[in-house]
Design a protein around this ligand. Structure first.
Ligand code: FAD
Ligand code: NAD
Length: 475
């Protein structure tokens, strides 16, 4: 006999596990099936984000930034350290332990919400049944009133740059290096390329990033992107734009890369080459024949704005469906679906999803860039405030960057907020909340911000939109 559930979730990443927890909170009988296996052989919930993405990368970004600051900045504070050394093994041990604490936490959360967590592969069968092959090889079938597909994404591989996991690697491998590569090549100056390039640069690698596009960070407001490019150059990240890689091959203990740019063909030799050219939806082995679930031309599971697939009572959330591949976007979709299944209200506001690049300075934004607003034709006004004029940023020795706000001229609506600077990822939350509540720029202007805080830069930028900044030059 098969087990009968209200909801079965396939995939335990940041889209799937919140769906299961909210379904449990909604008093539904729920099971979640996940097959993630770590490099040490252990199985863990949490998907890409907790095991091989958001969390381990942020652990290493934090450690590497501390190392670099101890080396280059502490003396400015009057702190002198002699004989600073790097213990990469200890740094990696900490990274692994942060990950383990977080993934173990999901088991506790499942227990509290009454979620049955199953480690194994799940396959959707016609009629809302899920065939489970447990990690012990045993097969069982779960019957479900609703199935939520949350199978995530996987790195895009380049045919001419054959992955071997040792010299030509993906982001997961690059998080687990056991030695600092003297020369690191990265293909793709996107979010992963910049975050991982920063980690290894700070720890001593010479880093060359090869980006096919001529424009740097095209999805980012270009005032911010230009400022970022300047800082990364100063930090020694060698970012080559318009660089098209034609091939790469392992030669002995290193990798030979051939690429072409406007100046012609070049060769580059590196010790490790990270391919970070984007991710694609992962649906391998997920769907049996005849389920009715459709994929689009790029391989994403087709869904409507409420994450309903073409099959009755089958939903899909997270990286495997359209929209930005971000953990918090997947989480909100998972929660929405679990609420809709329970007959409650559920919605995701796709217009107000923040993005963060966790470099130093950090980059964060929400809403439209100035370029997008301009192209849309709506009259707009802009205010910026530099962290150089923020007392708190100066005190932190982190005065690089700015806040930029783009607002509508007609009704003062906040259209986009862009930050490059210290704690940008935290600061952007204020803008997200303001936009979610349809606040006007004046609403932010009239909100009291504590002094001295980094958040005052948001306040002053809002004032600058109407040329009313007190501590800035109203540019
Ligand atoms: P995933 O996290 O990929 O989880 C899917 C899960 O489903 C996996 O455990 C997989 O094993 C399992 N699965 C798949 N098929 C089956 C099946 N048939 N049966 C059972 N289990 C199955 N996003 C951010 O918002 N912030 C960040 O800072 C950030 N940093 C990142 C850093 C890196 C290096 C990478 C690679 C990504 C980062 N991301 C970040 C993106 C983020 O990780 C993804 O957007 C997020 O993990 C997507 O969640 P998901 O649940 O849809 O899929
Ligand atoms: P990305 O889309 O951010 O960047 C890929 C880059 O590679 C682009 O600039 C693209 O132009 C370039 N590129 C593509 N093909 C190329 C080629 N053949 N040669 C040279 N350059 C090429 O993708 P990513 O950095 O791999 O990240 C994947 C996903 O993970 C993203 O969707 C991102 O949202 C998510 N992620 C998010 C965070 C975060 O939120 N901080 C961190 C890491 C990853």
């Amino acid at each position: 006999m098969s087990d009968v559930y209200d909801v079965v979730v396939i995939g335990g990443g940041p889209a799937g596990y919140p769906a299961a927890i909210r379904a449990g909170q909604n008093k539904l009988k729920v099971a979640l099936v996940d097959e993630w296996q770590n490099t040490d052989g252990s199985y863990a919930f949490g998907g890409t984000c907790l095991n091989a993405g958001c969390i381990p990368s942020k652990a290493l970004l934090e450690s590497s930034e501390l190392y670099q600051r101890a080396k280059d900045e502490f003396a400015t504070h009057g702190i002198k350290i002699g004989g600073l050394t790097l213990d990469l093994a200890a740094m990696q041990k900490r990274r692994a332990s942060v990950v383990k604490t977080m993934t173990n936490g999901i088991n506790t959360l499942f227990k509290a919400a009454g979620v049955v967590g199953i480690q194994g592969h799940g396959k959707l069968l016609p009629g809302n049944k899920v065939l489970v092959k447990g990690v012990d090889g045993a097969e069982s079938t779960l019957e479900a009133k609703h199935v939520v597909l949350a199978s995530g994404s996987t790195p895009i591989r380049l045919k001419t740059v054959p992955h071997d996991g040792k010299y030509i690697v993906d982001s997961w491998n690059a998080l687990e290096f056991d030695a600092v590569p003297a020369r690191l090549g990265v293909i793709g100056a996107g979010v992963i390329g910049l975050e991982l390039g920063s980690v290894w640069r700070r720890l001593g690698s010479e880093v060359v990033v090869l980006e096919a596009l001529e424009q740097f960070l095209p999805m980012v407001d270009q005032t911010i992107a230009k400022e970022a490019q300047r800082h990364f150059k100063k930090q020694g990240l060698d970012i080559k734009l318009g660089a098209k890689v034609s091939s790469a091959a392992v030669a002995g203990e290193s990798v030979d890369v051939i690429y072409a740019d406007a100046q012609g063909e070049h060769s580059l030799q590196v010790d490790k080459l990270v391919v970070a050219v984007g991710r694609r939806p992962f649906t391998q082995g997920l769907l049996a024949e005849g389920t009715g679930v459709q994929l689009d031309e790029r391989g994403f599971i087709k869904v409507d704005e409420h994450c309903r697939t073409d099959a009755d009572n089958v939903w899909a959330v997270g990286d495997v469906v359209r929209g930005p591949m971000l953990a918090h976007k997947g989480k909100e979709e998972g929660v929405m679906v679990a609420d809709l299944i329970a007959g409650h209200f559920g919605e995701v506001n796709y217009k107000v999803i923040p993005s963060v690049i966790y470099t130093a300075p950090e980059i964060a934004w929400v809403g439209q860039t100035e370029e997008q607003v301009k192209a849309g034709g709506r009259p707009y006004k802009v205010g910026t405030f530099p962290f150089a004029a923020s007392g708190r940023a100066r005190a932190m020795e982190a005065a690089a960057g700015m806040v930029k706000i783009v607002s509508a001229k007609d009704d003062d609506e906040v259209l986009g907020v862009h930050v490059i600077g210290p704690m940008a990822g935290e600061l952007i939350s204020e803008a997200v909340l303001a936009m979610e509540y349809s606040a006007s720029t004046e609403d932010i202007q009239r909100t009291i911000h504590a002094h001295p805080t980094l958040a005052e830069a948001m306040h002053e930028a809002a004032l600058a939109v109407d040329k009313k900044a007190i501590d800035g030059l109203n540019r």
